[in-house]
Write a protein that binds this ligand. Structure first.
Ligand code: PGA
Length: 258
């Protein structure tokens, strides 16, 4: 990140945590760290907290987004939320294809592909997650799985679309396990994703695309990950739930590494 000319983004993914009241006080408390940050600070909050969070965050550089959405504009989809509903509530980005969605809610690359197109149509930045499971990792299938997820989920997008997409490499074996990928392992996969984009679209868009790393990011491993040239930011789950640990991670982007 420090070598590249891409804006760093630190994204908190709260998952199913925090009420509206908790979200509001968290954002107020995080504001000074976000104001002094070189990185952009984004928070993916639960659906119920989007509107209140966006209102509080308006006075700060913090950007509010969602963790999922439905691929249809409207219809008989009990319990689902559309992109325009998210936008109206104040979400500026949406996480798509998180491994928990893929595993627990059986999301496929085909539906993630549809969701990306809908998000782009609504001018909402999609953060598209890819990642291999422990079994795939141990069987040496990492590159093949990531290539497959990228090619299916990004199918049919043009260069202009790609310029608005953010990728997140999140090895499933590292999510919530306390076992992060080493900076070298993460760098290798980030490079691979960037090369994939360069190969299928253009070198220019590959150089521009922001690729986040996610999976057990903590204050004590964030800097080493961010120092890798192809890691442009972080997608942080557990450590984004406390202002203290999340702001320590944000502060890592203020350190000048030469
Ligand atoms: P974690 O989650 O930081 O708790 O491992 C990351 C994620 O799921 O995005």
């Amino acid at each position: 990140m420090f070598q590249a000319q891409r804006p760093a983004i630190i994204v908190g993914n709260w998952k199913m945590h925090k009420t509206i009241a908790e979200a509001k006080s968290f954002i107020e408390e995080l504001e000074p760290a976000a104001r002094h940050a070189k990185a952009k600070v984004w928070l993916a909050v639960p659906f119920t907290a989007i509107q209140a969070s966006a209102e509080i965050a308006r006075k700060s550089p913090i950007v509010i987004g969602a963790q999922n959405m439905h691929e249809q504009e409207s219809g008989a989809f009990t319990g689902e939320i559309s992109c325009s509903m998210l936008k109206e509530a104040g979400a500026a980005f949406v996480i798509l294809g998180h491994s928990e969605r893929r595993k627990l809610f059986h999301e496929t690359d085909a539906s993630i592909n549809k969701k990306i197109k809908v998000a782009l149509h609504h001018d909402m930045s999609p953060i598209v997650c890819v990642g291999e499971t422990l079994e795939q990792h141990q069987n040496g299938l990492t590159h093949r799985i990531i290539e497959e997820q990228l090619s299916l989920s990004l199918q049919g997008l043009n260069v202009t679309d790609l310029e608005k997409v953010i990728l997140a490499y999140e090895p499933v074996w590292a999510i919530g396990t306390g076992r992060n990928a080493t900076p070298e392992q993460a760098q290798d996969m980030h490079r691979f994703c960037r090369q994939f984009v360069g190969h299928h679209w253009t070198t220019a868009v590959a150089e521009k695309i922001i690729i986040l790393y996610g999976g057990s990011v903590k204050p004590d491993n964030a800097l080493a990950l961010l120092t890798e040239p192809d890691i442009d930011g972080l997608l942080v789950g557990g450590s984004s739930l406390s202002v203290n640990s999340f702001s320590q991670i944000i502060d890592c982007c203020n350190i000048n590494v030469s």
